[in-house]
Design a protein. Structure first.
Length: 114
């Protein structure tokens, strides 16, 4: 069983930055198997960023502003979010795909004020 715990959300003004963290436990796997999604009020959950060994895939609206990174030694993936906009307001979820099974964290709220 895999447990994912996000942290780092909060309230920030437009143009500000936040760094989210997602710590995984229960099994050892690569942070390349982890990514981020978000869900804004009244909207469907959407993919934000994921990566493979060779490539990183970003939602178009966050390209150039968000950066994913990982620390395999800590089983932790990070999401650095810069130049935040009010439309980035959402609950951000960490996800992992391990052996064909998807796991989700509980989510962390990010609120960007204008």
């Amino acid at each position: 069983q895999v447990q994912l715990v996000e942290s780092g959300g909060g309230l920030v003004q437009a143009g500000g930055s936040l760094r989210l963290s997602c710590a995984a436990s229960g099994r050892t796997f690569s942070t390349y198997d982890m990514g981020w999604f978000r869900q804004a009020p009244g909207k469907d959950r959407e993919f934000v960023v994921g990566r493979s060994v060779d490539s990183t895939y970003y939602l178009n609206s966050v390209k150039g502003r968000f950066t994913i990174s990982g620390d395999n030694a800590k089983n932790t993936v990070y999401l650095q979010m810069n130049s935040l906009k009010p439309e980035d307001t959402a609950v951000y979820y960490c996800a992992a795909n391990v052996g064909g099974t998807s796991y989700w964290g509980q989510g962390t709220q990010v609120t960007v004020s204008s």
